[in-house]
Design a protein around this ligand. Structure first.
Ligand SMILES: Cc1cc2nc3c(=O)[nH]c(=O)nc-3n(C[C@H](O)[C@H](O)[C@H](O)COP(=O)(O)OP(=O)(O)OC[C@H]3O[C@@H](n4cnc5c(N)ncnc54)[C@H](O)[C@@H]3O)c2cc1C
Length: 288
């Protein structure tokens, strides 16, 4: 359980980190909280010759409002997400989700940037980012670019990041005041990754759903945006027949692996159960 040897770098700016990672190519990896990367290195599933620690870069930290968006620095920890008054007021789904990640020890060091850049379908934040319509800010060899979270995930551990890229921030449009939200996660025990989980953000108007967005965790090689299920819910009063139809549409896009968390069919059904629960809780929280 000891990782292979590596050289440690601690740049003080985004520019320096991008320069270093660009020069190191496949030999280098960004290090954030290390709570996914270091275990992978201990198992020798990752063997970077160089680690570029992002912890000394002040520009990667903090949460700020920018017009109707909130911008969260990549090195903001999962613990800080839960403790931010700005986020709790404007996007409470983030606090609800962060509190369901691992345990306090992991959340104190694990970062939002690491959670969404990692590409592990078991990570909780990616599906929440699809649900919220987030955009990732990326700095790389050819400058800065923005990538929609919904276009970012390509396969297990494959993302739109290229060698040398640093994810610098996550930009999230603030959902309308009075929106309903929920993250429902089935796990075998406290601190476990999801057997299946569902994120919902919806708005209500006159007793009907005016908009609905749904993300699913750990039921495919990538997080899923259940667009069709969201469309089915929109315009309805969230009656039982509509929920059943939406759940079936969400289940239809899942393709989970059979593993220690259960057979594929069970995990698909649990995604449906989590979605039905998240819809009910989001409705109960929504105004309008
Ligand atoms: C016991 C345990 C339980 C856990 N349970 C859960 C859980 O229930 N849900 C969950 O979501 N996660 C869980 N995790 C994972 C945890 O949330 C990690 O912290 C997270 O996945 C990665 O964040 P990190 O900051 O630790 O990133 P690191 O481990 O440092 O990095 C992860 C990957 O992302 C890359 N990376 C990191 N930051 C950047 C960046 N800014 N730009 C470009 N690339 C970057 C790294 O190069 C690496 O490939 C658990 C971890 C442990 C140890």
């Amino acid at each position: 359980m000891i990782p292979g040897s590596f050289e440690y770098h601690r740049p003080a700016s985004i520019k320096e980190a991008v320069g270093l990672l660009g020069k190191l190519g496949d030999e280098g990896r960004a290090l954030a909280g290390g709570h996914s990367l270091i275990p992978m290195m201990k198992l020798r599933l990752a063997k970077p010759a160089h680690l570029v620690d992002l912890a000394g870069i002040a520009d990667l930290k903090g949460v700020r409002a920018d017009g109707n968006d909130v911008v969260i620095g990549a090195m903001t920890t999962q613990h800080e997400l839960g403790g931010s008054d700005l986020l709790t007021g404007k996007i409470p789904l983030l606090r609800e989700t962060s509190l369901q990640i691992a345990d306090p020890q992991v959340r104190y060091v694990g970062t939002l940037g690491g959670n969404v850049a990692n590409g592990d379908p078991g990570n909780d934040m990616p599906a929440v980012m699809l649900c919220l319509g987030a955009t990732y800010h990326v700095a790389g060899k050819s400058g800065e670019r923005r990538i929609a979270a919904r276009d970012f995930y390509q396969g297990a551990y494959f993302t739109a990041l290229e060698p040398g890229d640093v994810l610098t921030a996550v930009r999230i449009p603030v959902p309308p005041a009075g929106h309903g939200y929920a993250y429902e996660k089935l796990k075998r025990k406290i601190g476990d990754y999801a057997t299946a989980a569902a994120a919902v953000v919806l708005t209500m108007s006159g007793g009907k759903v005016a908009s609905c967005s749904i993300g699913l965790t750990n039921v495919a090689e990538t997080p899923l945006w259940a667009q069709e299920a969201g469309k089915i819910i929109t315009g309805s009063a969230l009656d039982a027949a509509t929920i059943k139809k939406a759940v079936a549409a969400a289940e239809a896009i899942t393709a989970p692996a059979s593993d220690a968390r259960g057979p594929a069919q069970y995990r698909t059904k649990m995604a449906g159960v989590m979605l039905a629960r998240a819809l009910a809780r989001a409705k109960a929280r929504a105004r309008g």
